[in-house]
Ligand binder design. Structure first.
Ligand code: GLC
Length: 429
């Protein structure tokens, strides 16, 4: 039977539906977002399989000619949002998008839905396969800098963990463009500025966009010569996991040549995963590719090694002990940033709050690796915080207060697909 919260979650997804795709929340984020849509499809699939596939198909429609699937698909103009397409000015796809991507969760969701939806699922997955292959190739070719063998990122926004203290290192090492045109932020009109990134950070974000625009969004050039270049354990682990899921799809659907290529990507990533290991701190951390400087703090992306199925027994042990250390200080789940590290703020976006989609992936990985108790705790924490505060964008891990956007689509979707007690508690995390 549907609970009141199940009904509310369904209403949110219906309200944020813009005709085949779903926006994260009205006003603050009025377009289709890349990794949001992947999680949203999981929630919609609890009600309507067709519509869930459509969400993913419409995301792929935004693919740029070089294979990148942008972080945002701009099907319309909306002055409520900055920076919109007038600022990005990309010209390389049928539909306008940003000039950067977002963590590639798509193939993992497609594999999961294909498995659940029988022949129809396989048919839909087959149709999406070439686009996913092209996108993964783009990551491996255009986001791997010359002389390096790991996938990197050129903009904090590309990581989906926008203002995490991890990025301070790369931002400190770059200059704000002295000729930045004046601009007006919209995010702080729709949300509490105390919970949003600082102005100094924002100027740097926009400086990178300006750089990309000025080189016509040549993605290889942006990776090699852009102002910001960091390696993100989030993107790296999510891509490795998605490569594994893409490989199983390739095998099942008979894409033999592609399967060989993907297997090579996986092999390479399994070897280079160790480059994320910060020995001094004892965790998988982000680092600045040009200076080699490591971030020193445990983020929720550090915990995704289980999801990617990498790490030695010792590395996994150390990762678990960081998670226990953090859980002993927070009331709800895994915080996005380490409460013992500088710059932790329990309500500022990626400097502390708990994010549902990260909890979901972390728990999925933990469960697969036999850490059932911790996996169940992460699911319960999300259930409890939603019961306490509702469907917010993210939550204060200390008090459980909802932060930033409300009536948020991925929170509603993951409630329906994962955290709701109406689901059989035996369903895999
Ligand atoms: C924020 C988040 C990002 C998300 C987007 C839309 O920018 O940091 O991860 O995709 O909002 O929800």
């Amino acid at each position: 039977m549907l609970s009141e919260l199940d009904k509310k979650a369904r209403d949110i997804l219906a309200k944020n539906d813009r005709g085949g795709f779903t926006i994260p929340t009205a006003r603050l984020y009025p377009f289709q977002w890349n990794w949001d849509s992947a999680f949203i499809a999981l929630g919609i699939a609890t009600m309507d399989n067709q519509r869930a596939w459509q969400e993913l198909e419409m995301l792929v429609e935004g693919q740029a000619d070089d294979g990148m699937i942008p972080s945002i698909i701009f099907r319309n103009d909306d002055d409520d949002y900055f920076p919109g397409h007038k600022v990005w000015q990309t010209k390389n796809g049928a539909i306008n998008g940003t000039g950067i991507s977002q963590p590639p969760v798509l193939a993992s969701v497609v594999a999961q839905l294909a498995k659940a939806h029988g022949q129809e699922g396989l048919k839909r997955a087959k149709a999406l396969f070439p686009a996913m292959m092209k996108w993964h190739r783009w990551w491996h070719e255009c986001r791997t800098p010359e002389g390096a063998d790991v996938v990197c990122t050129v903009h904090p926004w590309e990581t989906g963990r926008d203002n995490c203290p991890d990025w301070k290192i790369g931002l400190r090492n770059m200059q704000t463009d002295p000729n930045l045109e004046p601009y007006q932020r919209k995010d702080i009109e729709h949300a509490n500025p105390e919970e949003r990134p600082s102005q100094e950070e924002y100027d740097k974000y926009i400086s990178i966009v300006k750089f990309g625009r000025e080189i016509g969004w040549d993605q290889t050039l942006l990776t090699n010569k852009g102002p910001f270049l960091m390696a993100d354990p989030g993107i790296f682990f999510i891509l490795l996991r998605a490569d594994r899921d893409l490989l199983s799809l390739a095998q099942e659907l008979g894409f033999e040549e592609e399967a060989q290529i993907i297997a090579q990507w996986i092999k390479g990533a399994e070897i280079s995963a160790n480059q994320f290991w910060n020995e001094e701190f004892g965790a998988f951390c982000a680092w600045d590719v040009r200076t080699g400087e490591f971030s020193h703090g445990f983020s929720n992306a550090s915990a995704l090694c289980f999801y990617a199925d990498v790490g030695t027994a010792e590395q996994r042990e150390k990762t678990l002990s960081h998670m226990e250390r953090i859980a002993s200080q927070t009331k709800f789940g895994q915080s996005s940033w380490d409460p013992d590290a500088p710059l932790f703020e329990s309500q500022r976006y990626w400097c502390g709050p708990l994010w549902c989609q990260m909890n979901y992936m972390i728990a999925k990985g933990l469960k697969e690796q036999g850490e059932d108790v911790l996996a169940a705790k992460m699911r319960d924490d999300l259930k409890n915080v939603i019961e306490l505060s509702g469907f917010y964008e993210c939550f204060d891990p200390l008090s459980g207060a909802g932060c930033i956007g409300h009536d948020f689509s991925w929170t509603a979707a993951l409630w329906l697909a994962w955290a709701s007690p109406s689901l059989n508690q035996q369903t895999p995390a």
